[in-house]
Design a protein around this ligand. Structure first.
Ligand code: GLU
Length: 324
């Protein structure tokens, strides 16, 4: 499992699109993909396409194909892929075995209800912090419990006072970040009880083995960076550079989701909105161009900079008049 090493003198930026094919892309997905593409292309870099179809709910036949056609229609091209996560189970299994061999994993039998009852919500974002209920189970207890419930697998994080558990990095848009794994998430899942590999593990393995050195995605995933950096370091891989982009939200503050059908690409195409209109409107949100102009991704390459994204770090409200 050797990750390709970047040429230190002249590292080529390798970004990625990593869509989950659970539905048609909405404007927020397109916005993240556009910034990932511009960041790589403006640095003379490349883009890898990976379809994140691990979750059975993201295995709708045809959705991934539509997603790829949509990306092409928008002018968001890629250089390598598509890679399909469902074809990489063996690779994830090897990574988990390596973490097992380090003595860092354990089976967890907690149900959702157990987790809610026993975990402390993390102050800043309400996410649950695992308090380690199954950390110290004896082998006999594991065997007994496994008779009635298949366990999930958790990865141990260092104690709060161990510097290895404090993860610091500088996000391209949001600046210096610091998370303490024991305080902010606790031991976390790397495989679910239904056997499906957890996103946190798969994404690190894939990014490393696909040579991705720049990860650009929605701001909601910023808290995942510490877990992902921790796994990468354990595996002996250089973590990628991270750049998060502001979320597009509905007027009531809700994040745009695939269920907001009126702003997904299917509905926009039906309304006859052109690709250049969509790209132009998204680019104007972060000041790359004036509002009201059409643009292709290629037009935007010379105008892109992370400073412009960093100047628009708050959530961006999209209402019914957007693109109308
Ligand atoms: N597959 C995730 C999504 O579609 C993105 C994961 C990532 O960029 O790390 O939201």
């Amino acid at each position: 499992m050797e990750a390709p090493t970047a040429n230190e003198k002249d590292p080529v930026v390798r970004g990625r699109f990593a869509p989950t094919p659970s539905g048609r892309m909405h404007l927020g997905n397109v916005f993240s993909a556009l910034v990932a593409w511009l960041s790589a292309r403006s640095a003379g870099g490349e883009i890898v396409l990976r379809i994140e179809d691990l979750d059975p709910r993201a295995q709708h036949p045809g959705v991934a194909d539509t997603l790829m056609r949509d990306l092409e229609w928008l002018g968001l091209t890629w250089d390598e892929g598509p890679f399909w996560q469902t074809e990489r189970d063996e690779i994830y299994g090897e990574a988990i075995e390596r973490l097992d061999a380090m003595g860092l994993t354990y089976p967890c039998f907690c149900t959702r209800a157990d987790l809610r009852a026993a975990s402390a919500p993390h102050a800043s974002d309400g996410a649950l912090v695992y308090t380690g209920t199954c950390r110290g189970l004896t082998e006999a207890e594991v065997a007994r419990r496994a008779l009635t419930r298949p366990p999930s697998t958790r990865l141990r994080v260092p104690e709060a006072d161990d510097p290895a558990g404090t993860i610091e990095f500088v996000d391209l848009a949001y600046g210096p970040q610091c998370e303490v794994l024991a305080r902010d998430c606790g031991d976390f899942l790397i495989r679910r009880s239904d056997g499906v590999v957890a996103y946190q593990l798969a994404v690190v393995v894939d990014d490393a083995l696909m040579g991705v050195n720049q990860v650009v995605r929605g701001h909601d995933l910023l808290p995942s960076c510490a877990r992902q950096t921790y796994i990468a370091r354990l595996m002996g891989w250089q973590p990628p550079e991270y750049g998060h982009v502001p979320l597009l939200v509905a007027p009531d503050g809700r994040r745009l989701a695939k269920r907001d059908r009126d702003l997904d690409l299917g509905a926009l195409c039906e309304r006859g909105v052109s690709a250049a209109r969509i790209i132009g409107a998204l680019a104007a949100l972060v000041g790359l161009i004036e509002p009201g102009l059409d643009a292709t991704p290629d037009d935007l390459v010379p105008l892109f900079s992370w400073d412009k994204i960093a100047a628009h770090r708050e959530d961006i409200v999209i209402d019914d008049t957007f693109l109308s």
